[in-house]
Each structure stands twice: as structure tokens, then as C-alpha cells.
Design a protein around this ligand. Structure first.
Ligand code: MG
Length: 261
């Protein structure tokens, strides 16, 4: 736990770590107060590209936590960074929600089904057969295929629902083409975070999350400190069978509060 003293930036997963669905965990407010008191930085990092940062900002503020827009980073933003960095043309076929469409348009992309140069797939809660068919036609014709994140399911209070990774599987089954994937645990996510927040010394940065194969795998890949919390998906028993091991296992964010007080 001594290692926590040296951490000055906490990258935080949202669902299962900071809240569950629309319920803030009781240790989340004390965590934020501790961060403020000790002048430590915290940034929410989520793979869920069905919403844009504006939505998360409002959701977290409604829960009584006062943060700024800069403190939220999504796989949609990382995908925009990746496309721009690699000079992808602006004409895209985007399979995503209206919130993701808005984000890409604000970033200067032109969303079109007429000769798009790239197909981008997000967690599309407004997915239709027509969109799937169009995306598959384009990918089969050789248009590059990029997906925002790999999660197969998204947790909800009513149970898991099919996420971007499940949609990738469908498109790949039809076309035989695997996409370039951007979100946690891939290095493109951490590269985009570095570009935005200038994360320099890996030993002073921690990724806190409830999933071994996204949150902790990204911490490993980036060489930063991985803090697993058991307040979400992962049970202590899962650790025995996991290739990815965290640097520390915590019950929840409250353990960080305790360690730093
Ligand atoms: Mg989570």
C-alpha cells in the first residue's frame, strides 16, 4: 500500500469502480475529497462509447461530484485521436449512437454513407440491420474497419447487454475482417491519454478498475500501477485463473482513502 503515496494521477474506471448504473458507491465521495485534499489528479476513463464526455460529466455531477469536462475520457475520444494522428480522411461511415455521431462531427469528421473512407463502430444502442449491412458491404469492399473498444457485454442493473465487442464479432463473422480496436486494454487508449494529459512517469500513475482483461491489462501494457477493485465484475477467486495480475487488490476505492489518510 506504500506505493500509493507516490501516485499523483488516478485513472478511474466508472462502472463497477466509481458507481454501478445510476448509483454512486458510498466510498466515491470520500475518495474525491481525499484526491482534492492531497492535490492528486483523477481522470475517469471509460470504454463505453455509447455516450460522449458531456453525458458522463452531467451524470457524475448529478451524483453530487463536481468535476470538469477534462476529467472524463472515453474510447470515442481515443478513436478520434487515433484517426487524426494517422491522417485518416474525414469521411466516415459511423455505426454509433447520436451522442457518438455528435462527438465525431464536433471533431470535424463528415459522417456519410456515400464513399466513406473508414468504417467506425461504437457501442451502438441504435443499431439496425440496415446499418450492419452497410458496414459489412463497405468492409468487404476493402474500407478500413476501426472499433472503439472490445467489450463483449456492458453491465447494467438488469444484467449484461451486448456491447461493441459482440457487434465486432458479428461483422467479422460476415466479412472475415477483424477491426483495429482502440479502447482499454489496447495501447492506443493509453497513447491518446498521454497525448491529452501528458502522463510522464509511469510509477506515479495508477489505473483503478474492476476488470482484469481491460483495466488491469491496460495498466500492464502501459507499465503503470494496476489497482483492481472488487466492487464490480471481478471476484477474488477469478485472480487464480487470470493471466493478468494487478499490482494491488483492493476491496473498493475506500481502501485508497484509508491508505492515504
Ligand atoms: Mg468497470
Amino acid at each position: 500500500m506504500n506505493r500509493l503515496q507516490n501516485i499523483d494521477t488516478y485513472l478511474l474506471d466508472l462502472d463497477g469502480t466509481f458507481y454501478l448504473g445510476s448509483k454512486l458507491f458510498p466510498w466515491s465521495l470520500p475518495f474525491v475529497e481525499t484526491m482534492r485534499r492531497l492535490n492528486k489528479r483523477f481522470i475517469f476513463v471509460t470504454n463505453n462509447s455509447s455516450q460522449n464526455p458531456k453525458y458522463y460529466l452531467e451524470k457524475i455531477r448529478r451524483m453530487g461530484v463536481d468535476i470538469t469536462g477534462d476529467q472524463v475520457f472515453t474510447s470515442g475520444q481515443a478513436t478520434i485521436y487515433y484517426l487524426k494522428k494517422h491522417n485518416y480522411p474525414r469521411q466516415l461511415y459511423l455505426v454509433g449512437t447520436p451522442a457518438l455521431e455528435e462527438e465525431f462531427q464536433e471533431a470535424g469528421f463528415i459522417l456519410t454513407d456515400k464513399d466513406p473512407q473508414t468504417v467506425v463502430l461504437g457501442f451502438d444502442l441504435t443499431l439496425t440491420y440496415e446499418k450492419l449491412r452497410k458496414a459489412c458491404d463497405l468492409i468487404r469492399a476493402g474500407v478500413p474497419f476501426i472499433a472503439t473498444h472490445p467489450d463483449f457485454n456492458c453491465p447494467t442493473p438488469e444484467g449484461p447487454i451486448p456491447d461493441c465487442g459482440a457487434m465486432i464479432a458479428l461483422i467479422t463473422a460476415s466479412t472475415g475482417v477483424k477491426p483495429k480496436i482502440i479502447g482499454k486494454p489496447y495501447p492506443e487508449m493509453i497513447e491518446a491519454l498521454r497525448a491529452k494529459y501528458g502522463l510522464e512517469n509511469p510509477q506515479t500513475i495508477a489505473m483503478v478498475g474492476d476488470r482484469l482483461y481491460t483495466d488491469m491489462a491496460m495498466a500492464k501494457a502501459a507499465g503503470i500501477v494496476g489497482l483492481l477493485v472488487l466492487s464490480g465484475e471481478t471476484q477474488r477467486e477469478d485472480l487464480a485463473h487470470s493471466e493478468v495480475q494487478p499490482d494491488l487488490v483492493l476491496e473498493n476505492l475506500g481502501d485508497i482513502v484509508e491508505a492515504l489518510s
